[in-house]
Design a protein around this ligand. Structure first.
Ligand SMILES: [Zn+2]
Length: 145
């Protein structure tokens, strides 16, 4: 093993001394640490995975940079909420379209409501709010929930 290392240095520099090996290891290590640091810095926003919007808690995960498994949870008991958007289909007036967020665990109580569209609309709105906070880094100011 050692002779291979010696050969490696001799091939490149023409000679070998022990300090060269240490210098080489030092440079390699610094390089690796820098790479890890740069990669992690870009991923920092991935710690941001919950937010309080429309009076309820939203949680999600990341796959690459995409937001997945986005759903709402009860601010009181933490259970998954039910989206009731039945009402949206019976009306064509945007201002009448309302999605209710209901907690079964708390006794079918309404925890929040969003006016303007159905659950897909709501999820798009929340996703947009999350992405906006990631883009301008304001997620760092959000209170941890
Ligand atoms: Zn609840």
């Amino acid at each position: 093993m050692m002779s291979y290392i010696k050969l490696f240095f001799i091939n490149i520099f023409g000679y070998y001394e022990l300090w060269m090996l240490w210098l080489f290891l030092f440079i390699a290590l610094t390089f690796i640490i820098t790479i890890i640091f740069i990669l992690n810095r870009g991923e920092e926003y991935k710690k941001f995975n919950s937010i309080s919007l429309y009076n309820v808690i939203w949680k999600w995960r990341y796959k690459k940079s995409n937001i997945i498994y986005l759903w709402c949870y009860c601010p009181e008991c933490g259970s998954e909420l039910i989206c009731d958007d039945e009402y949206c289909r019976s009306t064509i007036m945007l201002t009448n379209k309302t999605t209710f967020l209901i907690c079964r665990q708390c006794g079918e109580i309404e925890k929040g409501r969003v006016i303007g569209g159905d659950r897909n609309y709501l999820l798009r709105m929340v996703r947009f709010e999350i992405q906006k906070r990631i883009k301008n880094s304001t997620y760092k100011n959000e209170a941890k929930t």
